[in-house]
Design a protein around this ligand. Structure first.
Ligand SMILES: [Zn+2]
Length: 291
């Protein structure tokens, strides 16, 4: 009797060992797959914010998107990851190499989609929101702008410029209408020490679009009001840089655009460079192209 019991017990132990070995093998296999197949994405939020992608490249990605029928946001996301835009400050070629497109599926499979999804959502939600340049194309010869992200600002303490400035070439306040780039709701309006007369619009995707330094608002524009793409919000000006409401003339007439996306990438307030998105929606002739 005793011997049998021992034998039974021994079989059970062996069985448990086998089960354990199988589970361990499966676990190791998963670990191996993830180590081997997926690129480790190490995010530096500051680089995501700055979107160091030249405007020529943005337009080129857009051309490839149309030519090959790959969604722009997806192409933009993988191209950015593949060229370390989000990780290191590596400057990539201004041309998308043919082999990036040819090896596109292979490149996609390198990344874990759940990790990529955060960038993709960020880019895609903004692209889906912004349908129009904030100034009508008939004023195309009246304004000028470039990538002004990251410039140094000193008013209210040393800080970097987290937006894009569109300047009035003539520097005359109140003459150029500013339109909403997106559908959404006016979240805040009124005086702000740095932004002067400003408007914040929140889109259905939850992204925040900030327009600052208005000379005056359009009639009927008030907090809580829904706006549509192309609705006039107000007129370009030079208000701001003063505690006192109505301070004007502290800098040249311009529109400041800021974008604060509703993103899972960062727990802190994340501003993102509007410049590439502005270039994408700016439909102007080549001869009036800005610098
Ligand atoms: Zn600005």
């Amino acid at each position: 009797m005793k011997k049998r019991k021992i034998k039974k017990y021994g079989n059970f132990k062996l069985f448990k060992l086998k089960v354990f070995a199988v589970i361990l093998a499966v676990l190791l296999w998963f670990v191996y797959l993830h180590l081997d197949m997926n690129e480790n994405i190490n995010v530096e939020i500051e680089n995501v914010s700055a979107l160091k992608i030249s405007s020529d490249l943005v337009l080129e990605i857009n051309n490839f998107s149309e030519k090959y029928g790959i969604q722009f946001s997806e192409l933009f996301t993988y191209y950015s990851l593949e060229n370390n835009f989000f990780e290191n400050k590596v400057e990539a070629d201004d041309k998308i190499e043919q082999n990036f497109i040819m090896n596109y599926d292979k490149i996609k499979s390198k990344y874990n989609f759940n990790e990529v999804k955060k960038y993709y959502d960020l880019i895609n939600n903004i692209c889906n929101d912004i349908k129009l340049f904030p100034i009508d194309s008939k004023y195309a010869k009246e304004y000028i702008y470039g990538d002004s992200w990251g410039g140094e600002r000193t008013y209210g303490g040393k800080r970097i410029h987290k937006g894009c400035d569109i300047m009035d070439r003539e520097n005359i306040r109140g003459r150029i209408p500013v339109v909403s780039m997106t559908d959404g709701k006016i979240h805040n309006i009124g005086w702000n020490e740095q932004g002067g007369y400003r408007i914040g619009v929140i889109s259905e995707n939850g992204n925040y679009y900030y327009y600052a330094h208005f000379d005056k608002y359009e009639k009927g524009i008030k907090e809580g009001k829904s706006v549509k793409v192309g609705d006039v919000l107000g007129y370009m000006g030079d208000s701001g840089y003063g505690k006192e409401e109505g301070t004007k003339g502290k800098f040249p007439v311009h529109l400041h655009i800021g974008i604060c996306p509703n993103s899972e990438l960062s727990d802190e307030e994340l501003w993102i460079n509007p410049y590439p998105f502005l270039r994408l929606v700016e439909k102007i002739d080549d001869d009036t192209e800005t610098e």
